[in-house]
Design a protein around this ligand. Structure first.
Ligand code: SAM
Length: 221
């Protein structure tokens, strides 16, 4: 690795192509999602001493007790969102900023909120420096971003004990929310909420995953 923080070598690009093929083999069919996985240098979201883990299809610690999600999980949630260019998307749980960058790469206007101050600060500096123009916020994702909503899509990237009412309210008619909802066994069921034009909504389930928890109440300084 050269001293350049945002180096992207042929080797990185080759590993990314393999990662894109891995998520395809695991069942991802949205070509725009697969292209975004191939385009975004995941190693930029890792500390330099852990670069060799960047292109494994695994979650990895990012500090503050949090993780960058597994690429397959990022691809699966993104596919469920049915992202279109120009979509206004709220992400709850900025973490490393990787998921937000995938959405930005797909042409979305991304608003991302994080409750851990250290992670928020890091993503706020890193994302624009890398050229990913994501709007980042420090705060409690249970409340969403009422002054910036409503949103075409909402993605929650931590395990939620329930679907927050404020987030359903901030979804536009015709909008989709993707949220992992806690089960009794410590895992989560990937859940979508699709809001109809009349404001009613339909909930569907899409299999089991495992996330760090969506934490309530206080933000963490
Ligand atoms: N999307 C991230 C990425 O691409 O790296 C991974 C997110 S990590 C699995 C979950 C994140 O949700 C953590 O960074 C955690 O601090 C954050 N989080 C937990 N509870 C939250 C809340 N109430 N509001 C906002 N963020 C929250």
């Amino acid at each position: 690795m050269s001293g350049n923080r945002f180096a992207d070598t042929f080797r990185h690009k080759g590993l990314r192509k393999q990662l894109a093929e891995t998520v395809r083999k695991k069942g991802i069919t949205d070509e725009n999602v697969i292209s975004a996985i191939e385009a975004i240098p995941r190693h930029w979201f890792f500390d330099s001493s852990f670069l060799e883990f960047a292109y494994e299809d695994k979650a990895f610690p990012i500090g503050s007790g949090q993780t960058i999600s597994q690429p397959y999980t990022v691809a699966f949630q993104t596919q469920l969102l049915q992202v279109k260019r120009g979509d206004k998307i709220l992400e709850v749980g900025t973490g490393s900023g990787y998921q937000a960058s995938i959405l930005y790469q797909m042409g979305a206007k991304v608003f991302s909120i994080e409750r851990q101050r250290a992670l928020y600060q890091k993503a706020k500096e890193m994302l624009p420096a890398a050229g990913f123009l994501v709007k980042t916020f420090f705060g409690d994702g249970y409340k969403g971003l009422p002054t910036f909503g409503p949103f075409d899509k909402i993605i929650v990237t931590a395990g939620a004990p329930f679907i927050p009412e404020a987030l359903i309210e901030q979804l536009k008619p015709g909008g989709i929310m993707v949220i992992p909802v806690d089960d009794d066994d410590g895992s989560q069921t990937m859940t979508t909420v699709e809001k109809a034009a009349d404001g009613s909504y339909e909930i569907s389930q899409h299999g089991k995953f495992r996330f760090v928890p969506l934490l309530g109440d206080k933000v963490h300084d």
